[in-house]
Design a protein around this ligand. Structure first.
Ligand SMILES: Cc1cc2nc3c(=O)[nH]c(=O)nc-3n(C[C@H](O)[C@H](O)[C@H](O)COP(=O)(O)OP(=O)(O)OC[C@H]3O[C@@H](n4cnc5c(N)ncnc54)[C@H](O)[C@@H]3O)c2cc1C
Length: 464
């Protein structure tokens, strides 16, 4: 995704490749684990033999072995950020710089949105209300989390400072990035060799646990510690040419290892918080958060869907766990699709076109299908459970009325040729529907499948 974006928009980048180098048998075992894991998840890696290594990068030492990541590269991070900001603003986004969020109130548990209070640089306090709130506050993401979630769900932030060292000499040189194989339990990826787009070498970052996220003074004492690590893979390095450069702080959720073989390894947390609809937490987005930023964006996009399409299947279904008012876990499959649970959903809907009157539509026995393209309101099921409500449909327009047709209940309007329930506040979540493809949105469950589902949930208690 990143290469594609950079190529399409002329952002400076280079596919440098990366070598993970091992000096000991223990490091080699760790490097092989990374290789095996990469193969499993479809990330290309390959082992490099001694002769090839010598021919390609004669200055790099790897006594026990090398794993190459051929797709690793570098990007001009400032150019990338400027592009993303411009793209966001072109699409109607507003950035509020020099503005600090000081408080957040979940209105009606988040069902009516979030009131965000912020203070600008001149001390002016402002507030806005948002239906969807994505917490991507980096080192302060735990603080934002703790403003919203109850005390038992508060998070403690940990800070791993990383100091970089510049290299002023033109020898030795490499054309690949070089990472020492990381042993389990190490908080970072080792003091590695990185290149900038001009081909200049920089070493770092190391790992120094600090208590203050604003502690941004590079630590001179770290150079002594980093030197043996650097010399191990670049023996001809000139120590006199290495000097302190700058540092940064990574947000960590624990003091565990940085690789998935490490004890206490803590992956990124990217989730809509249970019981707080529309509140998405991005926690522990440390390295490689920049590389992953576009993929993280896609993931967040997929977390929220507000499209409730009226279908002709025999089951209601919802894509997001946070949509449910009550819920029972019931992992299994229905109609070949993954189901994680079943529960009730409360939708705040507009009663009829042209007025702002709001109604609450309760749907029971809704299947939680995380891979569904959207949410589905089954018309046959609705008719079965609401016998006194009449539902009329003309093409992609549907109207539900109770009391012999006198009382409007909810309605649906055309959206990509499909009848979509009109929700109060018209929340603008991400839609996975378009005009281009035909969709099969009706979920048909057989009696046997439903019986199995109820057997699975029988012994589980309801969660609200
Ligand atoms: C030393 C170091 C080396 C790294 N190397 C790499 C690498 O090689 N590759 C890679 O992919 N990643 C790397 N990273 C990680 C990468 O920089 C982060 O993962 C990425 O910046 C996270 O992006 P983010 O938007 O989640 O958070 P950030 O970039 O930290 O942005 C968070 C923003 O929220 C703002 N904010 C916080 N609190 C508030 C508040 N209360 N009100 C208003 N605004 C607030 C902050 O001011 C900041 O602008 C490195 C990080 C460090 C420190």
């Amino acid at each position: 995704m990143m290469y594609d974006l950079c190529t399409r928009n002329g952002l400076p980048h280079r596919n440098t490749k990366k070598w993970i180098v091992a000096q000991t048998e223990e490091q080699w075992a760790a490097a092989l684990k990374t290789h095996e894991h990469a193969q499993k998840i479809g990330v290309p890696t390959r082992l490099i033999g001694r002769a090839e290594a010598q021919a390609l990068e004669p200055e790099v030492q790897a006594l026990a072995g090398i794993v190459e990541s051929p797709t690793t590269g570098i990007v001009d991070s400032h150019a990338l950020m400027t592009y993303l900001q411009g793209d966001f603003e072109d699409r109607g986004g507003d950035c509020a710089f020099l503005t600090r969020v000081t408080g957040i109130e979940a209105l009606n548990g988040g069902k009516d949105g979030y009131r965000i209070t912020a203070v600008t640089s001149d001390g002016t306090e402002t507030s806005i209300t948002a239906e969807t709130l994505v917490n991507s506050a980096g080192n302060y993401a735990c603080h934002i989390n703790n403003m919203i979630l109850p005390p038992q769900r508060h998070r403690t932030p940990y800070y791993a400072k990383g100091t970089y060292f510049s290299y002023a000499a033109s020898f030795p040189k490499t054309s690949v990035l070089v990472y020492p194989a990381t042993l389990p339990g190490y908080g970072g990826l080792g003091t590695h060799l990185t290149l900038d787009l001009g081909g200049r070498i920089r070493f770092g970052p190391d790992v120094e646990w600090v208590d203050n996220a604003d502690d941004l003074v590079p630590s001179p004492a770290r150079l002594e510690q980093a030197l043996p690590e650097i010399k191990a893979y670049l023996p001809n390095v000139d120590p006199e040419a290495i000097s302190l450069d700058y540092c940064g702080i990574r947000p960590k959720l624990g003091r565990g290892g940085a690789v998935n073989t490490g004890k206490g390894f803590q992956d990124f947390i990217i989730q809509e918080e249970e019981g707080f609809p529309g509140f998405i937490n991005l926690l522990g987005i440390e390295s490689p958060g920049l590389t992953s930023s576009l993929a993280i964006g896609e993931m967040v996009k997929g977390l929220l869907c507000w499209d409730w399409i009226v279908t002709q299947g025999n089951c209601h279904y919802a894509k997001n766990r946070a949509t449910f008012r009550s819920y029972r876990r019931a992992p299994g499959k229905i109609g070949g699709s993954r189901v994680l649970g079943v529960g009730s959903v409360e939708l705040r809907v507009r009663r009829r076109s042209g007025d702002g009157e709001i109604n609450t539509l309760v749907l029971d026995n809704v299947l939680h299908m995380p891979n569904a393209r959207c949410n589905g309101l089954s018309l046959p099921k609705y008719r079965e459970t609401h016998p006194s409500t009449g539902v009329d449909g003309h093409g992609d327009h549907v109207e539900a009325r109770s009391d012999n047709g006198s009382e409007p209940e909810w309605y649906a309007e055309g959206y990509h040729g499909l009848p979509r329930v009109v929700l109060a506040g018209e929340p603008q979540g991400e839609s996975h529907l378009s005009d281009d493809e035909p969709y099969k949105l009706s979920v048909m469950a057989s009696n046997e499948e439903m019986e199995k589902l109820w057997q699975r949930v029988e012994n589980r208690s309801w969660v609200t």
